[in-house]
Each structure stands twice: as C-alpha cells, then as structure tokens.
Design a protein around this ligand. Structure first.
Ligand SMILES: [Fe+2]
Length: 198
C-alpha cells in the first residue's frame, strides 16, 4: 500500500549529497530497499491532517512527488501522536501535530532497527524540548521550521534541509507560517519514544 511512498523516500535520500556525518542513511536505504508493505492498513485520522490541504508543491523535483504521494495516502493511514505527550501538551498543540510511522517497531512496515516516518505540524506551533536515545535525521519537506539542537542555537530551515540529532541530544522546534512536513529517520535505540524535558 505504501510501497510507492517508500520508493519515493529512497529516491529522495539518494538525491541528497552524501554527508559523512550521517552514515545512518545507508542503513535507512537498506531498509527502504527491502521493505514490503501490506495491501491495506487501518486508517486512524487526526485533526492535524487537515493542514495537508494547504501544502503546495515546493518546486523541488524530488520532494514534490514524495509530498504528492503522502497527500494522496494521508486519509488512509494510521496517524499517531506520542502517547506520553497526550496528558502534557496543550489541546491546541495536540490538534496541530501528528505523524505516520511508515517503518519501525509496530509501524505499517514492521522493522526492529529503523524508524522512518512523516510528521506534520500546523503554523506557529512550538514543539517543546525533548530527547530520545535513537539517532535522528530530519529532512524538511514543506514549511520553514526552526530547529534548536544541543548547541542551543536556533537554525532556520527550508525544504530540502537536513537536521541531525545525536542520541539524547535535547532539541526543540518552532514552526513557521505555513504547515511543516518533516521526513524523519531514526536508527539505533528505536524502541523507545521521545520524552519531553520537564
Ligand atoms: Fe527528535
């Protein structure tokens, strides 16, 4: 069901210049190349998916086919939010945030060692400081999010940009005026969810 989306994610990763600091991409591509998705999955809808209607082509010849396929599939996919956030973050944030775990433990494609997914955030949301044991690589597919990583420096981004977090790096995000769509990959200790810093 999501084979075409996974293929477009692999094409996207292969279109990026190789960054020696991100050897995890090779592991992600190995998983994408052998992933086979089920014929159907049970849909779980979340309010955040409404923002995909405002997602416009970026002009990037590799990002746009990926976004287009994700928009097509979105109503049929199981959307989720991190369980430990539900009692902590505001109702406004929770209505403007969600992701689809495409590959990973308990994801559409079961995979114990890598997580690959796509997250969406509404305009002007602030994702508070959080961390996780897994290594993480984000790619911006839409929007103009600002990432603050372990250095504490806020880095503005545009579609196509990559942001890397080492295991346990504390990081936060501030989302811009248009909806943000992020492709994420986790490697290493992918069995544990992110946790907020309280
Ligand atoms: Fe993260």
């Amino acid at each position: 069901m999501i084979d075409e989306l996974l293929a477009r994610i692999a094409v996207f990763h292969r279109s990026r210049s190789v960054v020696p600091e991100y050897p995890m991409v090779a592991e992600v591509l190995d998983v994408l190349d052998r992933a086979a998705s089920p014929e159907t999955v049970g849909a779980v809808s979340l309010p955040v998916a409404r923002h995909l209607e405002a997602v416009q082509p970026t002009g990037d010849p590799v990002i746009d086919p990926l976004l287009e396929e994700f928009q097509r599939l979105a109503p049929m996919l199981p959307w989720r939010r991190t369980a430990s956030y539900l009692d902590v973050l505001s109702a406004d944030y929770l209505d403007n945030y969600g992701y689809v775990q495409l590959v990973g433990p308990g994801a559409i494609v079961e995979e114990p060692s890598v997580r690959i997914g796509i997250g969406v955030w509404g305009p002007h949301q602030h994702y508070p400081a959080h961390r996780h044991e897994a290594e993480e690589l984000y790619h911006v597919l839409h929007g103009e999010p600002t990432f603050t990583g372990a250095s504490g420096v806020a880095v503005p981004t545009v579609p196509g940009d990559a942001v890397h977090n080492k295991p346990w790096d504390v990081h936060s995000q501030d989302f811009g005026v248009t909806p943000t769509v992020l492709l994420y990959c986790w490697t290493g200790a992918v069995g544990s969810d992110a946790e907020l810093i309280r």
